[in-house]
Design a protein around this ligand. Structure first.
Ligand code: 13P
Ligand code: SF4
Length: 322
């Protein structure tokens, strides 16, 4: 309606005036994704967001996603101002892997190569040999395994188990989980599939093994979108955050996308396939940050020494995924 359009216009004007660009994740609200596209920003998976932010000539990045994405953007572009609509947007994987406890865990296994998922704090990345996102996790672990390396993986145990399963590598796993993907249930997906036998099952690898096992395709958000474009199936059961439906429906208006069932009914599931932290990114707080001279205090700062250390495994990630 008119009020929303007014927000969009003011944000677009501010982005231009401040030489800023909006970098959004597929899980953010469709309003944010549409605005990022309309203003020359990007909507992407976490690896592509990191690349886009680093390569874009804007002097200010507005990262609509969760905290680790803002930190990664800042570490890769220390000369840019990086803001988020709210710094409170975190991730259960990041919360479940405190840097000091993680560092002790690494100290106990000095013989292992430390590979951490992008969904971690800058301080955890600073302790790692490699950072990966879901789009390149299997390839990287396979590469390290072929070199005879033993892996210490953190923090997502489902993704860690999945890469171990796929590659046969020796992977010691931290015990973390994503509260969104952990809720998907194989039983519910199979029941839905029985009603829609023509549907292909698309699964993000942060989901439990029982769900990954019944998938037709397992991959990062971008990989799931491409798979839906390539497959001939008229419909899909999708086990990832429902924010992804915006892009899927936009690219494939003739296909049907169904949310994979979660653990409970609406009353008991923790997230109901919608990340509560991604949902914190809205038009209102995006505009507020852009209009305030100090960005409402939502600027990303990373300790320079931590940033220097974290840049090493992040650069390796970008080079490996190139
Ligand atoms: P992608 O790298 O697939 O975008 O995943 C990021 C994320 O937070 C998944 O929950
Ligand atoms: Fe973290 Fe899960 Fe939210 Fe992704 S969906 S940001 S992994 S809590």
């Amino acid at each position: 309606d008119g009020a929303r359009a007014h927000y969009r216009e003011r944000i677009a004007a501010q982005l231009k005036a401040r030489n800023a660009v909006l970098v959004a994740h597929y899980y953010t609200d469709p309003e944010i994704q549409a605005l990022a596209e309309a203003t020359g920003g990007c909507v992407a998976d976490s690896l592509e967001m990191a690349r886009f932010g680093k390569n874009h000539p804007a002097t200010t990045l507005i990262v609509a996603g969760v905290r680790f994405m803002g930190e990664t953007a800042k570490i890769l572009s220390p000369e840019k101002w990086v803001f988020m609509p709210t710094l409170e947007a975190t991730c259960s994987l990041d919360i479940g892997c405190p840097a000091d406890v993680f560092s002790d865990f690494c100290d106990q296994h000095p013989e292992r190569t430390v590979v951490v998922y992008a969904n971690t704090s800058a301080a955890v990345k600073a302790r790692a040999d490699w950072v990966v996102t879901s789009s390149i996790a299997v390839e990287l672990i396979d590469h390290l395994d072929r070199q005879g390396e033993k892996i210490l993986w953190a923090p997502d145990r489902h993704l860690g188990n999945y890469v171990r399963e796929r590659t046969g590598a020796d992977v010691l796993c931290w015990d973390g989980e994503c509260i969104v993907h952990d809720e998907f249930k194989a039983k519910g997906i199979l029941e839905l599939k029985a009603l829609h036998p023509e549907a292909a099952v698309l699964v993000h690898p942060e989901s439990p093994a029982s769900v990954v096992e019944i998938a037709d395709v397992v991959g990062s958000t971008s990989q799931l979108i491409s798979a839906a474009q390539q497959l001939d199936n008229p419909s899909f059961i999708v086990a990832t955050d429902r924010g992804i439906f915006y892009k899927m429906q936009q690219l494939m208006p003739g296909k049907t996308f169904m949310a994979a069932p979660t653990a409970g009914n609406g009353a008991t599931c923790r997230s109901c396939a919608n990340c509560p932290w991604m949902a914190m990114n809205g038009l209102e707080n995006t505009l507020a940050v852009l209009e305030d001279a100090n960005g409402c205090g939502q600027e990303i700062h990373v300790d320079p020494e931590i940033a220097r250390q974290a840049l090493v495994p992040l650069d390796r990630m970008l080079a490996f995924g190139a």
